[in-house]
Design a protein around this ligand. Structure first.
Ligand SMILES: NC(=O)c1ccc[n+]([C@@H]2O[C@H](COP(=O)([O-])OP(=O)(O)OC[C@H]3O[C@@H](n4cnc5c(N)ncnc54)[C@H](O)[C@@H]3O)[C@@H](O)[C@H]2O)c1
Length: 261
């Protein structure tokens, strides 16, 4: 019998998932919860995260925090530690991409991208690590942009490449304590983020029909479609599972063959 799939292999464990109000973060939280995990669901969007936690069901709770602010990260980790008796898994998912081409990217957008995608993930890991048990897990949501620079935004790609490097360094640092640290690098995933991109670039800038820009991009992907947030959730659940106990410092690319490293 598989030790993952619809079995409660995460029963009673507690996972922090950042950026869990929608998209990949919600799908990750939902999948971990389906395996018995209690979720500390964190997001800057207060209404969104409360609704998400309600959907995740009993045992899960919403926390509102700006994951790009180190003091806010410290405060929310304290809140989570008070609300739950343990923390087993951290999923650093909150991330953003400012849509602007190279000549138009301003300093504020650069800083915002670095502060959330890179600095926030690092300090979340630092704040949570002391609470993690021997089979604890840190899972960072990177991007194929961090593997081959595949995006309009150089700051976004740089933060995701940095997150992959942080993953390798922390894997070595935490291995003596039995804690694994891995990354997932999605390609094009059907989240609200990409729906906005389709509207702002495809429809408003390129005059395409709704959905057409995404369909054109999907045609470039060897498997012929964009990915689903549930598929990101599935890979994260595998990395959180006992079957992944001997994997650390790795980045799993989830991109339908769009990027093969
Ligand atoms: N969608 C894709 O194609 C894709 C591809 C590769 C990687 N990713 C990565 O997956 C992650 C999630 O992406 P998504 O597509 O679901 O994005 P999304 O924009 O749909 O959702 C992001 C969530 O993060 C929250 N958030 C934003 N700023 C925050 C902050 N400062 N503090 C706390 N929460 C904040 C938002 O409120 C939202 O709920 C990101 O790290 C992104 O880089 C996405």
């Amino acid at each position: 019998m598989d030790s993952y799939g619809p079995t409660p292999f995460l029963k009673d464990k507690v996972a922090i998932v950042t950026g869990a109000a929608q998209g990949n973060g919600f799908a990750i939280a939902e999948r971990l919860a389906s395996h018995g995990c209690r979720i500390a669901a964190i997001d800057i969007n207060a209404d969104g995260i409360r609704a998400a936690a309600a959907r995740l069901g009993e045992g899960s709770r919403a926390f509102v925090a700006d994951c790009s602010s180190v003091p806010a990260i410290r405060d929310v980790v304290q809140e989570v530690r008070k609300a739950f008796d343990r923390i087993d898994i951290l999923v650093n998912n909150a991330g953003l991409l400012r849509i602007a081409s190279f000549p138009d990217i301003g300093e504020a957008d650069f800083d915002l991208t670095v502060n959330l995608n890179l600095k926030g993930a690092f300090f979340f890991a630092q704040e949570v690590q002391a609470a993690l048990p021997r089979d604890g897990r840190i899972i960072n949501i990177a991007s194929v942009a961090g593997v081959d620079g595949r995006t309009l935004s150089a700051p976004y790609a740089a933060t995701k490449a940095g997150l992959i490097t942080i993953t390798k360094t922390l894997a070595r640092a935490l291995a003596p304590r039995g804690i694994t640290v891995n990354a997932v690098a999605p390609g094009l995933i059907d989240t609200p983020f990409n729906q906005i991109l389709d509207q702002k670039i495809g429809v408003e800038k390129q005059g395409l029909k709704p959905g057409e820009m995404l369909a054109r991009r999907a045609a470039e992907i060897p498997l012929g479609r964009i990915g689903r947030p549930e598929e990101v959730g599935g890979v994260v659940a595998f990395l959180a599972s006992p079957d992944a106990a001997y994997i650390t410092g790795e980045t799993i690319i989830l991109a339908g063959g769009w990027v093969i490293d």
